[in-house]
Design a protein around this ligand. Structure first.
Ligand SMILES: Nc1ncnc2c1ncn2[C@@H]1O[C@H](COP(=O)(O)OP(=O)(O)OP(=O)(O)O)[C@@H](O)[C@H]1O
Length: 534
């Protein structure tokens, strides 16, 4: 049989055609059938090879075309480029759709939270109203500082000295999401200074914007603490972002510079980071312990060129060697004008805001503390109606309420203390039971209920965390003081009363990472610092 030029070309390009066009097979068959280049029997024959995979189907199609002769081969070569274009366009549209979904999912996960729901009840504003602009300082890299004084003791200093370059949220946003800069950007701030809120704001602004070409991936060290099995970066991300799974391999391997990876709360990470001895790994598919993934990401071995935004309380900043940090932000908190604005946005009426501001601004220590947003939050929550809860009636009622609450506060404090010892911020119903805590209304004021996914059984179970880490720390400090004053050893009580039951609980396997990470001396130091500050 005479072989025409098109038929010969197909034979010559056979390997390349199988390699590059097998994924477009369905579309190719449709078009070839529509133009009459193949018959229905041909289609059945080609599809009959499906059990052997799409490449085998492609080989069968090339054989069929060869058998059909030069005309069919010419039609095939003619339609080839357009089919590939069309499929690529479809793929891109599909990818855009998934990225859009990714933005929606992240925006939902990073909604601003007002734990006590006072705004919802009294203000009825949407969540965007919860954000007040906040002041940052910025410098290239960071120098390790001495840890001699409590980190919160420096609150307010920067507003007086202006030693560093001052900037606002917009500058941080533009640097992270609108510039091609890569490397590690660190955000340091004392407890309650608003680091997580900055992360939430960043994600929400990005999700609402259409221009940014970056893709945010956001993980918290609190979640990473729950990973006890070795896994690969790709598995970690595809477990976390199931909707990106089909593209993740391609995204990670093609252009890591398009990602902004947010890692929130380094101070909460319960695993040690060993930057000197962790084996180098640049393969996103290689299985390794979670702390090695973190080290390799920060060192730029995994996902070279990715931007990382790492948040931490000041005491844990030095876990990352200064040489690996390109830009260092400190969260200074609210300036006096921003504090005033905060109360205007968060009190139930302009009159209430004015009354709260009059109280705050006339008490120097309160004014100083209100540089920290968490304090503004506590003050506005307590005095949201302008201070009526300070009226004589409420004040005389307080000791009675407090004495009623004491046993439950002590138990909560014990659980909070145990959590800090173990670097644990998420608790299970079994933990609550072992401290005789049930989900009473009072408990709901201090604890938020969450659903935790158990990947092994593909089920969700109830978990709890304190409404804010500072609340966990405060209650732990309260417990520590009460135990010490009554002559009991807070550490001994912990080990006998609950740690044993925790270990024997059916879920303990999942928390095998939750070992004692704080030494007794560290813990005493931490408790004293909290007590002194409060
Ligand atoms: N910019 C802001 N505008 C309005 N409220 C804020 C802002 N920043 C923080 N807050 C309030 O302060 C509280 C504490 O903030 P956030 O949890 O972000 O602090 P953090 O620095 O992450 O604390 P931690 O170190 O304990 O994790 C928030 O729940 C919120 O109520």
């Amino acid at each position: 049989m005479d072989v025409g030029p098109c038929s010969a070309e197909i034979q010559q390009r056979r390997v390349e055609l199988v390699e590059n066009y097998s994924e477009h097979l369905t579309r190719l068959l449709d078009v070839l059938f529509n133009v009459g280049a193949v018959t229905e029997e041909d289609l059945s024959l080609v599809r009959g090879s499906a059990v052997l995979g799409e490449r085998e189907c492609m080989r069968a199609l090339l054989d069929v075309l060869h058998g059909r002769g030069e005309e069919s081969c010419r039609a095939f070569l003619y339609i080839l480029p357009s089919v590939q274009d069309e499929t690529t366009k479809l793929g891109q549209a599909n990818r855009q759709e998934h990225l859009r979904k990714h933005k929606d999912i992240l925006a939902r996960q990073h909604g601003l939270v007002d734990y006590l729901s006072i705004r919802e009840q009294t203000l009825g504003q949407d969540q965007t109203g919860c954000w007040t602009d906040i002041t940052f300082s910025r410098q290239a890299g960071y120098a390790s500082s001495s840890q001699c004084r409590h980190e919160s003791a420096g609150v307010g200093d920067a507003f007086r000295t202006h030693a560093d370059e001052i900037c606002i949220f917009k500058d941080v946003y533009e640097n992270l999401l609108c510039s091609p800069a890569s490397g590690v950007n660190m955000l340091s701030g004392v407890a309650g200074s608003g680091k997580t809120t900055v992360v939430r704001r960043l994600v929400r602004e990005w999700a609402a914007e259409t221009k940014s070409s970056k893709i945010i991936l956001s993980l918290s060290f609190r979640e990473l603490n729950l990973i006890t099995q070795e896994q690969s970066l790709q598995d970690l991300l595809s477990d976390h972002y199931i909707h990106l799974k089909p593209f993740l391999h391609e995204l990670l391997n093609s252009n890591p510079t398009q990602f902004l990876l947010i890692l929130d709360g380094l101070d909460e990470f319960c695993y040690p980071l060993n930057f000197e001895h962790t084996p180098k790994c640049s393969d996103p598919e290689r299985v390794q312990p979670i702390q090695s993934i973190v080290v390799n990401l920060i060192k730029g071995n995994l996902l070279p060129g990715v931007s990382i935004f790492l948040t931490s309380r000041p005491h844990a900043v030095s876990k990352v060697p200064p040489v690996l940090v390109s830009l260092f932000y400190s969260l200074l908190g609210f300036s006096v004008a921003q504090q005033k604005q905060y109360f205007e946005q968060n009190c139930s009426s302009p009159e209430a805001a004015e009354a709260v501001w009059a109280s705050v601004s006339s008490h120097k220590p309160l004014l100083l503390m209100c540089h920290i947003p968490a304090f503004c939050w506590i003050v506005s929550t307590a005095l949201h109606d302008g201070g009526s809860c300070l009226c004589p009636d409420s004040v005389s009622h307080a000791p009675h309420v407090l004495s009623e609450m004491q046993p439950i506060l002590k138990s909560l404090g014990a659980m909070a203390f145990k959590g800090l010892l173990e670097r644990r911020f998420i608790f299970e119903s079994t933990d609550l039971n072992s401290f005789n805590l049930d989900s009473t209304k009072l408990l709901q004021v201090f604890l938020s209920e969450i659903l935790k996914e158990d990947r092994a059984s593909l089920t969700f179970e109830k978990g709890f965390h304190f409404i804010h880490t500072s609340v966990q720390e405060f209650l732990a400090a309260l417990y520590y003081v009460l135990q010490s004053l009554s002559g009991s050893d807070p550490f001994a009580v912990q080990i006998c009363s609950s740690y044993q039951s925790f270990l024997s609980s059916q879920h303990s396997g999942k928390y095998c990472n939750c070992r004692y990470n704080c030494s007794e001396a560290d813990m005493k130091h931490l408790m004293l610092n909290i007590i002194i500050f409060l």
